[in-house]
Design a protein around this ligand. Sequence first.
Ligand code: HEM
Length: 150
Amino acid sequence: MPTFLPKLHALFGATGLLIVLANWSATVITLIIGDKYVIAMTKLTIAWGLLALIPMLILAGFSGNRLGQRMRGPLIAAKQKRMKIIAFNGLVFLVPSALILVPLAMQGQGGAVYYLIQSVELLAGATNITLLGLNMRDGIRLGRRRISAA
Ligand code: HEM
C-alpha cells in the first residue's frame, strides 16, 4: 500500500468536511443577513460546490476502505457505517435540496416551501458535519495507532 495513502485519504476527507461546513455556515449567515440577492448567489455557489464535494467524499470513502482492508476493529466499522449514512443523507436530502433551492432563491422565494426545504438541508448538513467530524476523530486515532505500532 502506498505510504502516502493515509495522508491523501485525510486530505480528501478533511476537504469534504470543510466544504460541507462552509456551505452550512454560508447558508446560516446569509439567512441571518436576509439579503435575497446574496442568498441566491450563495445557493448558486453551493450548488456548484457539489461538483467538488461529491468527488471528495467518494475519494475519502474509497481510500478509507482501501486503508481499512487489512485492519479490523470497531473504529473502522463505525467509520464505514457513518459513511453510509453520510452518502444516504447527501443523495436523498442534501443534493436535491441544494439544487431545488437555486431556482427558488433566484425567484426571490421566501415562502413556506422554501423554508421547509432549507430546514431539511440544514438538518441533513448538520448531521453530515457531525458524522464527518467523528470519522476524522477516529481516523486520527487509527493513524496514531499505526505510528505507535511501527
Ligand atoms: C468509509 C469511510 C472511511 C474509512 C473506512 C476510513 C478508514 C481509515 C483508516 C483505516 C485509517 C487509518 C490509516 C492508517 O493510518 O494507515 C484512516 C485514517 C484517517 N481518516 Fe479515515 N476512513 C473513512 C472516512 C474518513 C473521512 C470521511 C474522514 C474525514 C472527514 C477521514 C479522516 C481520516 C484521517 C484524518 C485519518 C488519519 C490519517 C493519518 O494518519 O495521516 N476518514 N481512515
